[in-house]
Structure formats: structure tokens, C-alpha cells
Design a protein around this ligand. Sequence first.
Ligand code: NAP
Length: 273
Amino acid sequence: MKNQPSVVLNNGVEMPLLGLGLFRITNENGGFSQCIHDALEEGYRFFDTAEYYENEKDLGEALASSGLHREEYFVTTKLTNDNIKLHDTRNAFFRQLERLKMDYIDLYLIHWPVKGYEQAWVEMEKLYEEKRIRAIGISNGEEGHLNRLWECSGIVPAVDQVEMHPYKAQLKLRKICAERGIVAEAYGPFMQGELLSDSLIGEIARKYHKSPAQIILRWFFQQKIPVIPKTVTRERMMQNRNAMDFVLEEVDMEILHSLNKEQGSFPSPYEVI
Ligand SMILES: NC(=O)c1ccc[n+]([C@@H]2O[C@H](COP(=O)([O-])OP(=O)(O)OC[C@H]3O[C@@H](n4cnc5c(N)ncnc54)[C@H](OP(=O)(O)O)[C@@H]3O)[C@@H](O)[C@H]2O)c1
């Protein structure tokens, strides 16, 4: 993927630093096809979906008709909790491929480590070995889950996608991931918008003549953390991408680090059963 700042995963696969999050966007509620069209025009080549988001089919159609070659975009999708619990990983994966009109997935994640996730992981490993998935990982994995996968698996997860933003910096988990060669990826970077009214972030935004969203995204990029903000607004897609193009001084990075209280808005994975 040319011109996309990226990180290299533990198996050599390149993953762009900025993707578009697609939770709560469907053609029924918000012009999904237009959203993908706008994102592609704004240079986005990385899309984060899940079976649970009910937009895989629309994403597949939009990408298939985009004129891009398959290797020009990066798609993450996730195995739902129900399919994990039903031990239906392999069938679920092929249904997802069909909906997405693809013959492989770039990054396939366990959506939540619910009961049965270790068995799901073994099935995902097979799909990886069969080259149907370029990289496998987990979402909402905490230290205990990473330990379990570590014990029962031949393949170290490439990614742990977790809620992360200046109020929940995930310092402990990031350290564990770094030690094991797992990339910690951030979801919910704006806390669904709530963080954008933080007064200190607002002050930094005024100093750089940027928006609060750009300051938050820059905080991620400077730490080389992949991030997937959701927006259906073309102007915001552009704004979010332009957060690649400036540098925060260390003193402002420190202010952003100081906001951390390790508190977010999503449930603990131990509450999701
Ligand atoms: N693995 C998991 O369990 C999990 C859980 C949650 C989310 N995710 C992934 O992470 C993605 C992002 O998280 P999220 O959807 O929870 O929320 P988010 O990205 O933290 O926030 C999205 C909100 O911010 C607004 N926004 C985006 N850019 C903006 C800008 N430049 N200025 C002002 N407002 C802006 C959006 O508004 P508009 O859309 O109206 O522009 C929307 O209301 C999801 O879409 C999904 O792909 C994964």
C-alpha cells in the first residue's frame, strides 16, 4: 500500500496506521456506500469491520466496484461472540469471505475473548496456514487472554485491538504487547466523541490551529499506534488523515499522557460473556 504510513506486524505484514472504523454505519442508517466512496477518494485504504456491524456485504460491494486491486487495501474483520461460542469459526469465516467478496482477509480478529476463544484461535491458525488470512489477532484481549493464547498456540497474535485514547492509554497492556511482539491497535479513539470536548485537548488544538480530533490522532501517530476513528463525514475523514502532517512538541505529548486515568466507555472483556 503505497503512501500509507504503516507498522510492520510480527509476521512482516504491513498494516496502515490509519483506518476507517465502520461500527454503526450501514446503508439503512447512514449511506454506507457513499461513506466508503468518500473514504477511498480521501486516500483511506484500511477498513475495520466485523460480522457484528452488519456491513460486510456493503463493504465488499463498495470495494469490488472501486477499481482498486485487492492488494491495494487492507481489511480487518472479526469473528463474532456467537460463532466463537458455537465453535463455528471455519464456517463463519467462509461466510464472511463470501459477503466481503474476497478470497483472503488481511487481519482477522477474535472480537471478544468469550468462552471458547482458545478453540477459535486454533481454527484461525489453520486458516492462516492456508493463507486465507494474512495476520490473526484478538480484540479486547487482556493479559490473561494473551497468556492463554501464548500457552495453547504456535502463533503469537499479530494484533490486540483494544479501546485506547488519552483517558485510557492501556500502558500495562501495551508494555506486555511490546514485549511479545504484538501490535496494540486503538479503537474508540475519541470515546465516541466525548473526548473532543476535553478542555486541555482544546487548548492544545488552539495552539496548533488544529481540531481536538487531530490532536488526539497525532498523539497516536507519534507513538506509532494504529488507530481506526469512525466518521461518516467526508470533511472529518480529510481532517483525520491530515493529522499525519504535523508534529506535537514533547511538552504537549506529556500533557496528553497526563490525562490518562485508564478509564474508558466499553465493558471489561470479563463482563462480556
Ligand atoms: N473491537 C471492538 O470491540 C471495537 C469496539 C468499538 C469500536 N471498534 C472499532 O473502532 C472504530 C471507532 O470507534 P467508535 O466508532 O466507537 O468511535 P470513535 O471513533 O471514538 O468516535 C466516533 C465519533 O467521533 C466523531 N468524529 C470522527 N472524526 C471527527 C472529527 N474529526 N471531528 C469531530 N468528530 C469526529 C464521529 O462523528 P461522525 O461519524 O458523525 O462524523 C463519531 O460520532 C469503530 O467504528 C470500530 O471499527 C472496535
